[in-house]
Design a protein around this ligand. Structure first.
Ligand code: PAF
Length: 289
């Protein structure tokens, strides 16, 4: 393992190197944290590293643009990449090791296993991106097993993904504790995301309005409005704000993501989840009710 040029961060490229380092830390009695990423890092990812440092003595960030979670028409080739920049940001945030494997290390020839999580994977993102959660669950299961970390931190920004990963870790008795960390937002409320880089100057201010529309929906249903009617209003508000189309904006049970409504949601823990298109960019976001 050697650091990248101009970066003090050591890089593991193979499972064997990763495990050697983790074993050495464990032999010293240190707790290990993992932050899985696909790179194109921003302040939101760095906040995950800082969250991991609260529960772990040593933090590994993985950087792997996982082909299995992209459909053929999606942005796998265009997905922003820049390992040296990412490594420098991670080092600055206090990360101890970058795990950046090649695709052949994660999916060697003959690879034939897929992890699927039913129920929580099915609605919303699962309907629009049928391959997505199996791709995520498979790679995250591998990363958790490879790193054998004490804790792993994922952003609440991808809230359905977080619930899928928690379900998978529970169901497979993976010993790593899965932690969610709050979404970081720009001043106008836009959730930080690597895909915000795709927004044009015209689209960027419109994107910030998603947060306000979600907050209005959360307030309405918390105040006793019927969920179905409030969701229809929220969809209309997004279109009026300039979004090109809305995949969904819904109120769901905060853990199993089952639908709440169509009437008042009562006392159930609830979450607003939304996905909407602005030009070529698909924004997803969520908020507690
Ligand atoms: O959220 C992401 O960046 C990815 O889905 C993850 C969890 C790193 C798996 O590839």
């Amino acid at each position: 393992m050697s650091p990248l040029a101009d970066s003090p961060l050591p890089v593991a490229r193979t499972v064997a190197d990763l495990r050697r380092q983790v074993s050495a830390w464990r032999a010293d009695g240190l707790r290990v944290g993992l932050v899985p990423t696909m790179g194109a890092l921003h302040e939101g990812h760095l906040s995950l590293v800082r969250r991991a440092l609260e529960d772990a003595d040593r933090v590994i960030a993985s950087l792997f643009v996982n082909p299995a979670q992209f459909a053929p028409h999606e942005d796998f080739d265009a997905y922003p990449r820049g390992e040296e920049r990412d490594a420098a940001l991670l080092a600055g945030a206090g990360c101890h090791l970058l795990y950046a494997p090649q695709a052949s290390e994660i999916y060697p020839p003959g690879f034939a296993t897929t992890v699927t999580v039913s129920g929580v994977s099915a609605p919303m993102e699962g309907e629009r991106r049928p391959q997505f959660f199996a791709g995520v669950a498979t790679v995250v299961a591998k990363l958790l097993i490879q790193a054998s970390a004490d804790v792993a931190v994922f952003g609440e920004k991808d809230y359905q993904q977080l619930q899928v990963i928690k379900r998978m870790a529970r169901d497979l008795d993976l010993p790593t504790r899965i932690l969610g960390a709050p979404t970081l937002r720009a001043e106008d409320g836009l959730a930080l995301s690597s895909r915000n880089a795709y927004l044009t100057a015209r689209e960027r201010p419109i994107a910030g309005k998603l947060n306000g529309v979600m907050a209005q929906l959360a307030r309405s249903v918390a105040g006793g409005a019927a969920a179905a009617a409030a969701e229809v209003q929220a969809t209309a508000a997004l279109i009026a704000a300039g979004f090109d189309s809305v995949d969904y904006i819904e109120v769901r049970h905060a853990e199993d993501l089952s639908p709440l409504g169509p009437g008042p949601i009562g006392d159930a823990p609830a979450r607003v989840l939304a996905a909407a298109w602005l030009g070529k960019t698909r924004l997803i976001d969520n908020m507690a009710v």
